[in-house]
Design a protein around this ligand. Structure first.
Ligand code: SF4
Length: 252
């Protein structure tokens, strides 16, 4: 399987191919970045980070430091009209696993806009660190496909998931061997995401309350302000004490 995808990549590589690497500063995108630099040292790379406005403190510097290891720079993008909080205030509701406006408006959209405006080559490969192990939905993703939204008469864009088949253990081992550290948030969370993410399970929300109380409090205050709860089963402070948990799998 692995060799199949990589031989397909070889077929689509052109002399003018450039890679756009979606980067968050988390373990998966860091491992992907290192892996791609190792596999394709000569292909020009654009590392793009979408800042949602609810990122961990110091993440910009953290991301710059990782990119610097590969002699690359981070292109920080954001939605010019809203961040996470403005989006929630405008809609008077939080995004949810089944309505992920945050991902489309604050991450995918800004990255695609940046690519349209800044990457002038005809052949682009958009790389993302999604892994099959993370969810049933992600398991079903094709590791390499033509991006029909981004492709037009001027450019051909493919979407590529270079570490789709990797386990979490492989990711951590690879990072260790590459000398790339894990962000501090991994001391209490399994993923680096927004400081509080709609996909956080109850145990993670409890850990956020203990380790990053300011961020937890921001969500509680916003619940009061808009009259809408972050989780469907009551206010966040009550939810983390309740018997309910988010039954939806990560990214399903
Ligand atoms: S990290 Fe979570 S809350 Fe933030 S944009 Fe992604 S899904 Fe939404």
């Amino acid at each position: 399987m692995l060799f199949g995808y990589f031989s397909m990549i070889s077929e689509i590589l052109k002399p003018d191919t450039e890679m756009v690497i979606s980067f968050s500063g988390g373990k998966d995108s860091s491992a992907m970045l290192s892996y791609l630099c190792e596999l394709y040292p000569d292909i020009p790379k654009h590392v793009v980070w979408a800042d949602t406005g609810f990122e961990h403190d110091g993440l910009a510097k953290w991301n710059d430091e990782i990119a610097k290891k590969f002699n690359l720079i981070i292109h920080r993008v954001s939605n010019p009209n809203k961040d996470f909080f403005l989006m929630v205030r405008k809609r008077k509701k939080f995004p949810s696993p089944s309505c992920r406006q945050c991902t489309s408006n604050l991450k995918v959209g800004p990255i695609e806009t940046w690519v349209r405006q800044n990457v002038k080559t005809k052949n682009i490969i958009m790389c993302s660190g999604l892994r099959a192990e993370e969810s049933v939905a992600r398991e079903k993703l094709q590791p390499l496909k033509l991006d029909t939204q981004m492709t037009n008469s001027k450019r051909t864009v493919h979407d590529f998931l270079p570490i789709h088949h990797w386990t979490e253990g492989q990711v951590k081992d690879f990072l260790k061997s590459s000398g790339i550290p894990l962000h501090d948030c991994y001391n209490y969370l399994s993923r680096l995401s927004c400081q509080v993410c709609i996909f956080n399970k109850k145990r993670e929300l409890k850990a956020i309350k203990a380790n990053n109380p300011e961020a937890f409090e921001k969500i509680c205050e916003l619940e009061g302000e808009i009259g809408f709860t972050f989780k469907p089963n009551g206010k966040l402070t009550e939810y983390i004490k309740s018997k309910f948990d988010n039954q939806m799998g990560l990214f399903d």
